[in-house]
Write a protein that binds this ligand. Structure first.
Ligand code: SAM
Length: 360
C-alpha cells in the first residue's frame, strides 16, 4: 500500500478513535437499535492489522437459559428494569449498584414499553457475545487505564516474574512465554507488560531491531493476549494509537519507554503510535470474564487488574476460577492493588510493593 494511502488511513483512524474514546467516556450508547457493528470494526480487526492471534481453545459463552423469562405486557417499566438488572448480573457478573441501576433506568426510559419488551426478548435469547449485549455492557463499565498504571506492581512483576521466566526459557530451543491481560481495556496494560518483557530480553541480547523498533528474536514464542468485554476498547487496543495528552494514556509514562512509540507522519501530532515491533507481538480480542473457558491456556502470567470491583461475590469467584484455569501450574496472577483473593488454589507471594498470587 502506498505511503499516502497509509497516511490517509491513519488520519481517518485518529478521527475515529477520538470519537470512540469520547463514546467510551460518556457511557451513553445503548440501546443500539439492533444495528450491526460498524464496518470499521472489521477493517480494524486484529487479523487485518497484524499476524493472527496464537491458537486458542474456543470459549463457551454462558448458557442463555440462565436468564429468567422476560415479563410480558407489563404496564410500567419497573418489571423490565428488574429483569435487566438480573440479566446483566448473569451475563457480565456486574453487581448492579445504585449507579448502574440509574443507568439502566435511563436506557429503558428511552423506549416505548412495547419496544422495550421486544428489546429485552432479544437480549434473553442471545448470548453475551451478541452486539446487543456488548453494546449494553459497554455502557455500564468504566474503561479507565493508562500505560504503567500501578508501576510498583509492574516493577515487582518485571523483577521477580518476567526476569525469572526469561531465565527459565532462554536455553530452550523454542522459548515460550504466555501472558494474558484479562480486562485489557484499550490495551495500555498489555503493551506495558510487553515493553517490560522486551527490556528483559534485550538485557540478554535476545531482540532484533528494525531501525528503532525492537522485537523478540524469532525463536521466542511469545503469546501475549489482551481481552475485554468492550469491542470498542479492543478495536482501539489493536490499533495501538494513543492520545499523548497530559491526562490520557501517557500520564505516568517512564520516558525510557518512549522508544517503543512513534509520531504518525499525518493526522493529529499529539497522537503516538506503538511501533510495529511491539504491536505485532501482541493480540487483542473480545472476551467476557463470565465465560466458562479462558481464551488462552497454559499462561505464565494473568493480569486481572481493576475489574473485580464490578463483580459481586459469585462473580469474583467465577473470575478466580477462570484465571486458575488459564494459568499453568506455578503460574502467577496479578490482581488490582486493593483486590483480596480468597481462594485456596492460589498462594500469595509478597513483594515490596504488591502481592502476586501463585497457582498451586
Ligand atoms: C477499569 S478497566 C481496567 C483496565 C486495566 N486492567 C487496568 O487496570 O488499567 C476495566 C475493564 O474491565 C472490562 N470488563 C468489565 N466487565 C467485564 C467482563 N465481564 N468481562 C470482560 N471485561 C470486563 C471493562 O470493559 C473495562 O475495560
Amino acid at each position: 500500500m502506498a505511503a499516502d494511502d497509509l497516511n490517509d488511513k491513519l488520519a481517518a483512524l485518529q478521527r475515529k478513535m477520538a470519537e470512540l474514546r469520547s463514546q467510551l467516556g460518556t457511557g451513553a450508547s445503548v440501546p443500539s437499535a439492533f444495528t450491526a457493528p460498524p464496518s470499521e470494526a472489521r477493517a480494524l480487526s486484529s487479523t487485518s492489522l497484524r499476524a493472527a492471534a496464537p491458537s486458542m481453545p474456543v470459549s463457551a459463552p454462558r448458557a442463555t437459559e440462565l436468564l429468567p423469562p422476560v415479563p410480558q405486557g407489563a404496564s410500567d417499566r419497573e418489571p423490565f428494569v428488574n429483569w435487566l438488572i438480573a440479566a446483566v448480573r448473569v451475563r457480565s457478573g456486574i453487581a448492579v449498584e445504585e449507579q448502574v441501576r440509574q443507568k439502566l433506568q435511563r436506557i429503558t426510559a428511552r423506549l416505548p414499553l412495547s419496544e422495550l419488551e421486544k428489546w429485552l426478548s432479544i437480549l434473553a435469547t442471545v448470548d453475551s457475545a451478541h452486539p446487543e449485549w456488548l453494546a449494553l455492557l459497554e455502557s455500564l463499565t468504566n474503561h479507565e487505564t493508562y500505560f504503567f498504571r500501578d508501576m510498583g506492581q509492574l516493577e515487582h512483576l518485571q523483577r521477580d516474574v518476567l526476569a525469572a521466566l526469561v531465565a527459565r526459557e532462554r536455553n530452550k530451543p523454542s522459548p515460550t512465554i504466555a501472558i494474558w491481560s484479562a480486562a485489557s481495556s484499550t490495551g495500555e496494560e498489555l503493551y506495558s507488560v510487553a515493553m517490560l518483557l522486551l527490556e528483559e530480553l534485550e538485557n540478554i541480547g535476545e531482540v532484533d531491531s528494525d531501525g528503532p523498533s525492537i522485537r523478540a528474536k524469532a525463536r521466542w514464542r511469545l503469546r501475549l493476549l489482551g481481552s475485554d468485554l468492550s469491542r470498542q476498547a479492543v478495536r482501539l487496543a489493536n490499533a495501538g494509537v494513543y492520545d499523548g495528552g497530559a491526562h490520557a494514556s501517557f500520564r505516568k509514562f517512564p520516558q525510557r519507554f518512549a522508544r517503543f512509540f512513534e509520531t504518525p507522519e499525518e493526522g493529529d501530532p499529539s497522537f503516538r503510535r506503538v511501533r510495529a515491533g511491539l504491536r505485532n507481538g501482541v493480540a487483542f480480542q473480545t472476551f467476557n470474564l463470565m465465560d466458562a473457558l479462558p481464551p488462552i491456556a497454559a499462561c505464565d502470567v494473568v493480569l486481572c487488574r481493576n475489574v473485580l470491583i464490578y463483580f459481586d461475590a459469585d462473580g469474583k469467584r467465577a473470575v478466580w476460577s477462570l484465571v486458575h484455569r488459564a494459568l499453568s501450574p506455578e503460574g502467577m496472577a496479578l490482581f488490582g492493588p486493593t483486590d483480596v483473593l480468597e481462594d485456596k488454589r492460589f498462594t500469595p507471594v509478597w513483594g515490596s510493593s504488591t502481592v502476586l498470587y501463585r497457582r498451586v
